[in-house]
Design a protein around this ligand. Sequence first.
Ligand code: SAM
Length: 224
Amino acid sequence: MFNDLYNINIEANISKWDKRSRNYEKGVFDYFRIIQKQVLDLIDFKSDTNFLDIGCATGWAVEYAAAKIKGKGKSIGIDISKQMIKKAITLSRFNNTYYKIADAHKLDFKDNYFDYILCTNSFHHYIYPDRVLKEIHRILKSNGKFYLLDPCTDSLFVRKINSWLQQKEKAHVAFYSTKEISILFSKSNLLHQVKKTKFKILKLYIGKKINPRGVYDGECEIIR
Ligand SMILES: C[S@@+](CC[C@H](N)C(=O)[O-])C[C@H]1O[C@@H](n2cnc3c(N)ncnc32)[C@H](O)[C@@H]1O
């Protein structure tokens, strides 16, 4: 797995997001909070819930989840960017939050550990998305839920942005269609798990309500 392609992608992401960490909370990414909040508000957090945000940046979702957990459960954020994690630690307000510099391709957590895993606008940066999904599958409890929020190439507009970013941006790998995502899910075994737990696919439109759509019997939240 650790080939040149992988190294170039990781370096590009570290470099891009280290720089963006300086003013990330004030920037163009504020609309991510709206969609993260919509999804996090669906979760029935308990005092022993273990929550993970993959590609957490400065930790907004981790803190939001931590505020709801209030117990021995943990709210954990990982990110490849050291500067994002440093900032997240500085901004952290709860003692049940944990931040770690880590790569989504190698998640250093025990099997069946998390009740909920979130990944917002980070998945399109992963050079081996199937590998990441396998890791998610491994660390997610069998009745756990994984929320994936990412632009979706079912939309022509997103397809155009995708092609443009693929030419211009080393840190960008790909946005996917619902079909491609479901193929990836089945490769990683997540589909099997998803079926067992009766997850639902949800489509999320920025700034609007989340609309359930039964593309397959799995849970996946995709932004168009
Ligand atoms: C567009 S930002 C989204 C951050 C956050 N989830 C949000 O919604 O505000 C993408 C984040 O993914 C992180 N990232 C990129 N590649 C990664 C990888 N291989 N492992 C972990 N994090 C990664 C970046 O460092 C960056 O913080």
